[in-house]
Design a protein around this ligand. Structure first.
Ligand SMILES: Cc1cc2nc3c(=O)[nH]c(=O)nc-3n(C[C@H](O)[C@H](O)[C@H](O)COP(=O)(O)O)c2cc1C
Length: 386
């Protein structure tokens, strides 16, 4: 039976993923901070946006290819960075990088991935973006930038919405530490998940390989807290300026929700702004990222690329974000739901779902490309009666 009949939508992949990965891993992937109110907030904001249909347009053959920061992509969709991706599915970083190279979509590798930039860069080809959690030490920062550049990563993403660790209460309840320290309870959760467990056994325990190298260089402490020390500086505008001076490729700032911040980042040399609330994992007080999007777009003007993420589950959501001002949309958890459900075949299947969904909805809107969705949200002509 074709994958489309068994898994027609992301929700099918998500349900299968949940069955096939251990519970503590699911809790890592799925949890937000506090009472997790941001998760439904992101979804509700997307679902509330209706789009204008367009009829009597004759034959349309929508084209999805999109240019961003000097590179052509097959559609305005990519893979957001997930730390410890290889914990969620064995070999996730390599599988996603290969998919990205084949499908011509960007893949963003996290600083706290379980694979090194030198391993993943060549697999992503010219589709690689590298996400930086700001190291405290400028020498470590410069070394990471050089390694990322030498490994072929073209675009640098500076994440600014993790000024300090957040409390992830659900992860605490699941007894999860990063990197994971296995308890008997966790081993019991692995038993019903043979594909995940055998894959991990084959590849070895997922570790923060990039940061480990610097930990060893820094001395014998070797603890996770030390990774936190190495990375958890709360960067400031001087840091952004220094990074701009050190990276000669496109620089994107991720985790922006305020228009005024976005405008200043552009003045300081950022090439694009990435609107995100980190899937609700950092600040439960954050607005839905979709609600922040129009303000950021208005603040940076029409020519600066704006990237969006947060709760996107299909092609229609992508068009909703494009309507409200995004140029490009990234998904984080969904690619991992696809991996969990189908292993190596999952991400390409998700790309196929998104492509088909985008095309179907563009036909309904009478549009022949996704960028034309800008401003096509439905605004009622008359306000509802009081
Ligand atoms: C398990 C997990 C780990 C994440 N790790 C990182 C990270 O290392 N760096 C980063 O910039 N964002 C990280 N994020 C945030 C994602 O890049 C992205 O902003 C978010 O997941 C998008 O929402 P979505 O998952 O609903 O598509 C992480 C998100 C999740 C769920």
């Amino acid at each position: 039976m074709s994958l489309d009949l068994r898994y027609p939508a992301l929700s099918d992949l998500k349900a299968a993923c949940r069955r096939r990965i251990p519970r503590f891993v699911w809790e890592y992937l799925d949890s937000a901070t506090g009472t997790e109110a941001v998760t439904p907030r992101n979804r509700a904001a997307l679902e509330a946006v209706c789009l204008r249909p367009g009829v009597l347009r004759g034959t349309l053959e929508p084209r999805l290819d999109t240019r961003l920061l000097g590179q052509d992509y097959a559609m305005p969709v990519g893979v957001a960075p997930l730390g410890m991706s290889g914990l969620i599915w064995p070999g996730a970083e390599g599988l996603l990088a290969r998919m990205a190279a084949t499908e011509r979509l960007p893949y963003c590798l996290s600083t706290v991935a379980t694979r090194l930039p030198e391993e993943i860069g060549p697999l992503a080809g010219d589709m690689g973006w590298f996400q930086l959690y700001p190291p405290r030490d400028p020498d470590i920062r410069r070394d990471i930038l050089k390694r990322a550049r030498d490994a072929g990563f073209r675009v640098l993403i500076l994440t600014v919405d993790v000024p300090a660790p957040s409390r992830r209460e659900r992860q605490l309840r699941a007894k999860l530490t990063i990197p994971p320290r296995l308890t008997p309870g966790m081993l019991a959760q692995m038993l019903p998940c043979p594909a995940w467990s055998l894959g991990q056994a084959r590849l070895g325990q997922p570790r923060l390989r990039l940061m480990e190298g610097y930990m060893k260089a820094a001395g014998p402490t070797g603890s996770t807290a030390h990774v936190g020390y190495l990375l958890r500086t709360n960067p400031d505008w001087d840091y952004l300026r220094a990074l701009r001076a050190e990276w000669d490729g496109p620089l994107v700032v991720k985790g922006v929700l305020e228009g005024a911040d976005a405008a200043r980042m552009v003045t300081e040399g950022a090439d694009a702004i990435w609107v995100s609330n980190h899937a609700g994992r950092q600040f439960e007080g954050a607005p839905a990222s979709l609600h922040a999007l129009p303000g950021v777009r208005a603040a940076v003007g029409d020519t600066v690329p704006v990237i969006f993420d947060g709760g996107v589950e299909g092609g229609l959501d992508i068009l909703r974000a494009l309507a409200l001002g995004a140029d490009f949309v990234m998904l984080g958890r969904p690619w991992h739901h696809a991996l969990g459900a189908l292993g190596a075949r999952g991400p390409s299947h998700l790309a196929a779902i998104l492509r088909a969904d985008l095309i179907a909805n563009l036909h309904q809107m009478g549009l022949d490309n996704p960028a034309a969705a800008r401003g096509r949200q439905w605004v009622p002509d008359t306000p509802p009666a009081a």
